[in-house]
Design a protein around this ligand. Structure first.
Ligand SMILES: [Zn+2]
Length: 723
C-alpha cells in the first residue's frame, strides 16, 4: 500500500511522527538528458525545522566531515505533480533501499477526502444551521472576520484533515472576491495562504475568530429553519433577480445632438477609475491597520533591540506592499506624472488640464507637483522647435517691492533627437541673479544635470538650445523636491522606534503640515525647511542631514545626540506653495518668512503654536539663494552680536567641512534685518542658505546638497560637546 498525504501539513506531520525512523528520505526524480528521461534516486536527511519554516520539503546532505549541509528544497507543487517522489527509507519492515524500489512504495499525493464522503453518496441535504457562527458568502465571511474591534485581523484556521490549527493575519487582496479566496498571512515564515471559497463552503477548510469557539459554518441564505422554505411564487408583474453586479464596462462618452439631450453623456471611465482608486485606498488602509497592529505587537514583545533597528519582517513586508499600492495609486491618479504626483493635487482640483498641446504633438506639461510654466508660442523654424514660455507669477500682495520669481518646472514630450530652443521671456531679474543661470534637466528624476542658458539682460529673457536624448524630459530652475518625497520620507522615518510623526494641521489646499520628533534629550533643536517653496535645495540639504542622522555608520554619534537633544523637524512649512509651483509665497501670497511676528498666515501660526511650548537651544531654517556662489549662514544681527550664540561656531565649522562654504554672510551688504523672519523670531536661530547655482565638479546635482546636510550633522555633533 502506498502512503498518501492530502496536504503539505499532513506530509510533515507524518514524517515528523514516524517511529523507528532515522529521518532518511528516499527521493526519486527524473531529468531529461538529451531528451532521454533518466531517473535519479538518492537518500537525504529530512529537516523538519526548516521545512516548517519555508513551507517546502527541506532535505540535507551529509558531507565528508559527517556534518549535514542544506541540499534540496522541494516545493509542495512539485510533490503534488510527482516531479519528486519520496518515501521514508528504513521505515518499512523490509528496510527498503532507494535503488530499485518498486513504484508502489512511493508516497503519493491524494486530494483530501471530503468531510461528508463517509459512505457512498455525498449528502445532498443542506446542512442545518449549527449553534456557532455562520456565513453565507465570502464577502460576509470576510467582513465578519475583519470587523472585530478587538483584533480585526487575527483568525484561526485549519486546512484539510491534518489536525493542525493555525493562526494567521487576515489580509485584503485585490481580486480576492474574483478569485474566490480568503487570504491569510502566517507569521514567522511569511506564508500567504489563499483559502479557497469552495473548501470553506464545503468545510474542508475551516475558520474561526476565537480559539475556544466552534468552527464557523457555511449555510445557505434562506435556509434558516430546519425546513427548506418553498420558493416564492412568481407574481404577475415584471421580475428581476438579484445578481452579483458585473464590473462596469468602460464606454466612451457619447454626444447626442440638439434633438436629444444636449448634455454629453457622462463617460463611465471616470466612475471606473474612482472605483479602482477606492479599492486601492481601502486596501492601503487595511494594510496600514495591520501595520499598526504588527508594530504594537512588535514593540510589546520587546523585540526591538535598540532605538533604530529595523522592525519585524512581517511589518517590513507589509510596508513594502503598502508602498507598491501607493505607487499604483499615484499612477492611477495622475498618469501623466508618475514620478512626482501626489494625491493631494487631485483633491485640490487645481492642477487639472494644464497640458498645453503644441503643434506636431510636441507638448509641454506642468500637470504635476510644483509644475510652473505658461506656454506662449510653439513654432518650428528651420527644423528647430521653438518654445516661447513664461513663468506663472506668485500671488504677491500688490505693494510688494521685490516680486522675486524664479521657479519654473515643466515636462516636454515627443522630442527625442529634435533640436529644441527654449525661451523664458518674462524674467524678474533682481540683482541680476539670472546671470549665469544653468537650467536643470532630468530624464528620470533620479539623476539631474545642468545646461547653460544665455541671458538677455536688456529684455530680461533667457534662452537655451537642447536636443533631448529621450522623448520625455523635465526642465526646472533647480532640482525639484516634491511633496510626495517629503511625505514619503517622513512616513519612512516615523516607522522607526522613538520617532514620532505629528500632524500640526492642514493648509488651505488640505495639505498636511507634518512634524517629526525624535531623541530624548532635554535640549530642543528645531529645523524647518521650504518656507520658500521654490528653494528646493533646502529639502535636499535637510534630507542629507536626516540620512546622516539615521545612517548606520553614524550610529554611535547619533546615540550621543539623541541622549542630549530632542529634534523637531518640519520638512515642509509651505506645502501649498510647493503644490502650486510658487517661488516665494503660500497660496494667498504670504511670504512665510516675513510672518513670524504678525503670524497672519495659517502655516506659520500653527507651527509657531507648537514651537513656543519649548525653549529651543538651536534653530535652523533651510533656504536657497539664487545669486551667491557659495553656501553660507545668515541670521539676525542680534544673534551675530550675541557672544553666546552659536553663529561663529557653525560658520567656522561648516567652512571646515565644506570647501564651498563661505564663512561670510552673503547678505551682509544687503543689510539683512528684515522684519518677521524665522531667524529673528527665536534665539540662536541660523538660516542655512544653499547656493542654487552650484555646479561643482561636474557631478550629479543632488550630491552637493545632500553633502551639506551631512556636514551640518557633523557640526551639530561637534557642537554637542560644548553645550
Ligand atoms: Zn528663502
Amino acid at each position: 500500500m502506498p502512503e498518501t498525504y492530502g496536504s503539505f501539513e499532513a506530509l510533515l506531520h507524518k514524517l515528523e511522527n514516524y517511529e523507528g525512523w532515522d529521518g532518511e528520505i528516499c527521493i526519486k526524480t527524473r531529468t531529461y538528458e538529451h531528451h532521454v528521461p533518466t531517473n535519479h534516486y538518492y537518500k537525504r536527511k529530512f529537516n523538519a525545522e526548516r521545512s516548517r519554516e519555508s513551507g517546502n520539503l527541506e532535505v540535507d546532505i551529509e558531507g565528508e566531515d559527517g556534518q549535514l549541509y542544506r541540499d534540496l528544497s522541494i516545493t509542495f507543487e512539485d510533490l503534488k505533480d510527482a516531479k519528486y517522489l519520496i518515501s521514508a527509507s528504513n521505515f518499512s519492515a523490509n528496510n527498503i533501499e532507494c535503488q530499485g524500489i518498486t513504484p508502489g512504495f512511493w508516497w503519493i499525493y491524494e486530494e483530501t477526502p471530503r468531510i461528508n464522503a463517509k459512505g457512498g453518496k455525498r449528502r445532498k441535504t443542506r446542512r442545518k444551521r449549527g449553534k456557532g457562527k455562520v456565513f453565507s458568502s465570502l464577502k460576509q465571511l470576510y467582513e465578519t472576520l475583519a470587523n472585530d474591534q478587538h483584533n480585526p485581523t487575527k483568525i484561526f484556521f485549519k486546512i484539510g484533515n491534518d489536525g493542525f490549527v493555525k493562526e494567521g493575519t487576515l489580509l485584503y487582496l485585490a481580486g480576492m472576491y474574483a478569485e474566490k479566496v480568503l487570504p491569510v498571512l502566517q507569521e514567522g515564515p511569511l506564508d500567504l495562504k489563499r483559502l479557497k471559497w469552495e473548501d470553506l463552503k464545503r468545510g474542508d477548510t475551516k475558520v474561526k475568530k476565537e480559539q475556544d469557539e466552534d468552527w464557523w459554518q457555511y449555510y445557505e441564505e434562506g435556509a434558516k429553519g430546519g425546513r427548506k422554505k418553498t420558493r416564492k411564487k412568481r407574481g404577475k408583474g415584471g421580475v428581476f433577480s438579484r445578481r452579483r453586479r458585473r464590473p462596469t464596462r468602460v464606454t466612451p462618452a457619447i454626444l447626442i445632438g440638439d434633438n436629444g439631450n444636449p448634455e454629453p453623456v457622462a463617460t463611465t471611465a471616470i466612475e471606473v477609475q474612482n472605483y479602482e482608486l477606492d479599492q486601492l485606498l481601502s486596501e492601503i488602509n487595511n494594510i496600514r491597520n495591520q501595520m499598526t497592529i504588527e508594530y504594537n505587537n512588535w514593540v510589546e514583545a520587546g523585540s526591538v533591540r535598540g532605538p533604530f533597528y529595523p522592525i519585524s519582517p512581517l511589518f517590513t513586508q507589509l510596508e513594502k506592499r503598502e508602498n507598491e499600492l501607493l505607487t499604483q495609486y499615484y499612477q492611477k491618479l495622475e498618469p501623466s506624472a508618475e514620478i512626482v504626483a501626489y494625491p493631494g493635487q487631485a483633491i485640490g482640483g487645481r492642477r487639472k488640464n494644464k497640458t498645453r498641446k503644441c503643434k506636431n504633438k510636441w507638448s509641454i506639461s506642468t500637470n504635476f507637483d510644483a509644475g510652473n510654466i505658461i506656454k506662449k508660442r510653439c513654432e518650428t523654424i528651420n527644423d528647430i522647435n521653438i518654445y516661447t514660455l513664461q513663468i506663472k507669477k506668485d500671488p504677491y500682495p500688490k505693494f510688494t517691492r521685490k516680486k522675486y520669481q524664479n521657479w519654473y518646472y515643466f515636462q516636454v514630450n515627443n522630442v527625442k533627437g529634435k533640436k529644441c530652443k527654449f525661451i523664458i521671456e518674462n524674467l524678474v531679474n533682481i540683482d541680476n541673479d539670472w546671470k549665469g543661470h544653468k537650467v536643470v534637466y532630468t530624464y528620470d528624476h533620479k539623476c539631474f544635470y545642468r545646461h547653460s542658458t544665455t541671458l538677455n539682460e536688456k529684455q530680461n529673457y533667457i534662452t537655451w538650445n537642447f536636443t533631448p536624448k529621450k522623448n520625455k524630459i523635465w526642465f526646472s530652475y533647480y532640482i525639484p523636491y516634491s511633496r510626495k518625497r517629503v511625505y514619503d520620507l517622513n512616513h519612512k522615518l516615523s516607522k522607526r522606534k522613538n520617532v514620532n510623526k505629528i500632524i500640526l494641521g492642514k493648509s488651505s489646499l488640505n495639505n498636511k503640515i507634518e512634524l517629526l520628533r525624535f531623541g530624548k534629550g532635554l535640549k530642543h533643536i528645531f529645523m524647518i525647511a521650504r518656507q520658500h517653496p521654490g528653494e528646493t535645495i533646502g529639502s535636499w540639504m535637510l534630507e542629507g542631514f536626516l540620512k546622516s542622522l539615521f545612517s548606520t555608520s553614524f550610529k554611535k554619534q547619533t546615540n550621543i545626540l539623541f541622549n542630549k537633544f530632542t529634534f523637531h523637524i518640519i520638512s515642509m512649512v509651505n506645502p501649498d506653495g510647493v503644490q502650486l509651483g510658487h517661488w516665494y509665497t503660500q497660496k494667498h501670497g504670504h511670504n512665510c518668512n516675513r510672518e513670524w511676528v504678525k503670524k497672519t498666515c495659517p502655516e506659520v501660526k500653527m507651527i509657531y503654536k507648537y514651537m513656543k511650548q519649548y525653549k529651543g537651544c538651536l534653530y535652523f531654517d533651510f533656504h536657497g539663494d539664487e545669486g551667491c556662489k557659495k553656501h553660507f549662514f545668515t541670521t539676525c544681527d542680534r544673534t551675530k552680536k550675541d557672544k553666546n550664540s552659536s553663529w561663529n561656531f557653525f560658520r567656522n565649522r561648516m567652512k571646515h567641512y565644506n570647501k564651498y562654504f563661505d564663512k561670510e554672510d552673503y547678505y551682509k551688504k544687503a543689510a539683512h534685518n528684515v522684519h518677521g523672519t524665522f531667524d529673528c523670531a527665536w534665539d540662536n536661530a541660523l538660516t542655512l542658505e544653499g547656493c542654487m547655482k552650484h555646479n561643482y565638479n561636474n557631478e550629479e546635482l543632488t550630491l552637493e546638497p545632500l553633502r551639506i546636510g551631512k556636514h551640518l550633522y557633523k557640526c551639530i555633533y561637534d557642537w554637542s560637546f560644548i553645550v
